[in-house]
Write a protein that binds this ligand. Structure first.
Ligand code: VGL
Ligand code: ZN
Length: 208
């Protein structure tokens, strides 16, 4: 059984959003094409879902600068602009993404004290979301991961998927990153950890 994991395809990560990722809109067409052409046993949509007082917002850490990394008990924490605040338009999934009523939504980043890039775990790996249980309950063995952003939530999710024992594909043309250097290094990191790097365009032509 296989699942498609669509990571954080939310307005705040796209054009006009508070943490916009370059060319993020370009992922909508390949993802929608993929869904029209291949039946997955399960489709999961993750949503970054922060309280307004979340630790990852520079606005909640006086004296810090946007995008700098600060030392934190769980490692380092990047100071992000306010984004994906629960219930705001920016936290909504882009309405051009083809969704179905059977899709499962997984929320992450709800604990104000710790960030959660992966859709499986908080960054300190102490608390998990329901994602692994949902996948196990449907007997999923293979996951295809894509969305926003490659260098953060997408790669962290793919790396946790490998650790949890899933055969894991990263779909590069259905993902975009925050910055070119971290995007490249995280793609290398995924390769080294047995994530299979693939493309929707290839999957549609010859199959994955
Ligand atoms: C993300 C930075 C902060 C992501 C979420 O979805 O990749 N990046 N929060
Ligand atoms: Zn976030």
């Amino acid at each position: 059984m296989s699942a498609l994991l669509l990571i954080d395809v939310q307005y705040d990560f796209m054009k006009g959003g508070s943490l916009q990722v370059d060319n993020a809109e370009e992922i909508l067409e390949p993802i929608n094409k993929l869904r029209n052409n291949r039946q997955f046993d399960l489709v999961v949509l993750s949503k970054d879902w922060h309280p307004q007082d979340h630790v990852s917002f520079a606005s909640n850490n006086p004296g810090t600068k946007l995008f700098e990394s600060i030392a934190y008990h769980s490692g380092t924490q990047v100071m992000w602009p306010d984004h994906c605040v629960q219930g705001t338009h920016g936290s909504d999934i882009n309405s051009s993404l083809h969704c179905e009523s059977t899709d499962v939504i997984v929320l992450k980043g709800q604990n104000k004290q710790i960030d959660s890039y992966s859709a499986f775990y908080d960054n300190d790996h102490k608390n998990k979301t329901e994602l692994d249980d949902v996948l196990k309950s449907k007997n999923i063995k293979e996951v295809y991961v894509c969305g926003l952003a490659t260098d953060y939530c997408v790669s962290y999710t793919a790396l946790d998927a490998v650790s949890a024992g899933y055969k894991t594909y990263f779909l590069e043309d259905a993902s975009r990153g925050v910055a070119p250097d971290t995007t490249q290094s995280q793609i290398e990191n995924m390769k080294q950890h047995n994530v299979i790097i693939s493309f929707v365009s290839v999957g549609l032509l010859i199959g994955f």
